[in-house]
Design a binder for this molecule. Structure first.
Ligand SMILES: C[S@@+](CC[C@H](N)C(=O)[O-])C[C@H]1O[C@@H](n2cnc3c(N)ncnc32)[C@H](O)[C@@H]1O
Length: 284
C-alpha cells in the first residue's frame, strides 16, 4: 500500500490519516501523551533518551527561529524555553487542535511562542522562515517525503533539521511489531470468542505508524534538497516488550545518565529509534 498526501480508504479499514487523527484529537489524548514523559516505564525512558539526543543535536546551534512541527502537547517547547531561555523564537504546529491547546497551556501567556494548527505536508509559513526545524515523532505518521519537502521549503539556507524516526531494524521494534502486538490481537480475539467483556480484553489499536530505515530517511532528505549530517540511535536497550516494563522500573540509571542510552557506535542496532540531523544548502 502506498501512502500519499491524498486520503485513501483501505479495504481493511479507515484511511491512515484518519487513524492518526483519532489518536491525538482530544484533550484526554493530549494529556495522556504528556503524562507518558513522567514515571519510570519504557515510554518515559524513551522520551528522556530522545530529549538528551535532541539536546546534543542543538548544542552548537546559536538559536534563532525554530519550528517544532508535530509538537504534540508542547513538552519539548517547554523544555527549550526552560533550558535555553531567550535563544529561540519558537513556532509550534500540530494538526491536532487539542495538542495545540495543551501546548498553549504548557507554555503560558508570558512566552513569545507562535502556535498553529497545521498539517506538516502543507504548512502556512513562508519560504525560508526558520533556522531550525524539529520533527520529532511525526514523520512516522505522514508521507515522510512530502513532509521533508515542506520542511525544506520553510528552512533558511544553511538551516538545521532535527528529525527522529522509530528504528524498524531494532530487536525491540521487530519484536514489538512482529510478536507483541499480534499476540495481543490474537488474545483479544480469543477473549471475545470466550465472552470476555470488551473492557477486559487485550487489544492493540492500529496506529498508522510507518517507520523507515536510516538509509531511506537519508535518501528522502537528499531528495528534498537536505544533506544528512549526523545520526544517533537512542533508547538503546536489549529488552523487548513486555519484559521491558518490569525491568525498566528497577533499572533507573537512564534518568541520571541518559548518555548511556544513546549510541553512534556498535550498539546502534539496539536503539529503538534514531535521530538524524540535516542541513539546507547555503545556496538554497
Ligand atoms: C507521537 S506525537 C509526537 C509529539 C511531539 N513531537 C513529541 O515528540 O513529543 C505525534 C504528533 O504528530 C502530530 N501529527 C500527526 N500527523 C500530523 C500531520 N500530518 N501534521 C501535523 N502534525 C501531525 C500528532 O497530532 C501528534 O501530536
Amino acid at each position: 500500500m502506498s501512502f500519499s498526501g491524498t486520503k485513501q480508504q483501505t479495504s481493511q479499514g479507515p484511511a491512515r490519516e484518519d487513524l492518526v487523527k483519532v489518536q491525538y484529537e482530544d484533550a484526554a489524548a493530549a494529556a495522556n501523551y504528556a503524562a507518558s514523559f513522567e514515571g519510570w516505564g519504557p515510554t518515559a525512558r524513551y522520551h528522556w533518551s530522545r530529549r538528551y539526543a535532541v539536546g546534543e543535536a542543538l548544542k552548537d546551534c546559536p538559536g534563532g527561529a525554530l519550528l517544532d512541527v508535530g509538537c504534540g502537547p508542547g513538552v519539548q517547547v517547554r523544555y527549550l524555553l526552560d533550558e535555553r531561555p531567550g535563544e529561540f523564537r519558537i513556532t509550534a504546529c500540530d494538526q491536532s487542535a487539542a495538542m495545540i491547546a495543551a501546548t498553549a497551556e504548557r507554555v503560558g501567556t508570558d512566552e513569545d511562542v507562535l502556535l498553529s494548527v497545521a498539517d506538516i505536508e502543507d504548512m502556512p509559513f513562508g519560504d525560508q522562515s526558520f533556522d531550525v526545524v524539529l520533527a520529532m515523532g511525526v514523520l512516522e505518521y505522514v508521507d515522510a517525503g512530502n513532509a521533508l519537502r515542506e520542511i525544506a521549503r520553510v528552512l533558511r539556507p544553511g538551516g538545521l533539521v532535527v528529525a527522529t524516526m522509530l528504528n524498524p531494524l531494532s530487536p525491540y521494534r521487530l519484536f514489538e511489531w512482529g510478536v507483541f502486538w499480534p499476540a495481543r490481537r490474537v488474545a483479544g480475539f480469543v477473549e471475545r470468542w470466550c465472552g470476555v467483556p470488551p473492557h477486559r480484553r487485550h487489544a492493540a489499536r492500529k496506529t498508522g505508524i510507518h517507520a523507515v530505515r536510516p538509509a531511506r530517511l537519508r535518501k528522502l532528505l537528499w531528495q528534498s534538497g537536505l544533506s544528512a549530517e549526523d545520526i544517533a540511535f537512542y533508547d538503546v536497550t536489549v529488552l523487548v516488550p513486555p519484559f521491558d516494563r518490569l525491568v525498566r522500573r528497577w533499572r533507573r540509571g537512564w534518568r541520571h545518565a541518559p548518555e548511556t542510552t544513546v549510541s553512534r557506535g556498535a550498539r546502534w542496532w539496539l536503539g529503538t529509534a534514531y535521530l538524524m540531523t540535516a542541513r539546507q544548502s547555503t545556496s538554497a
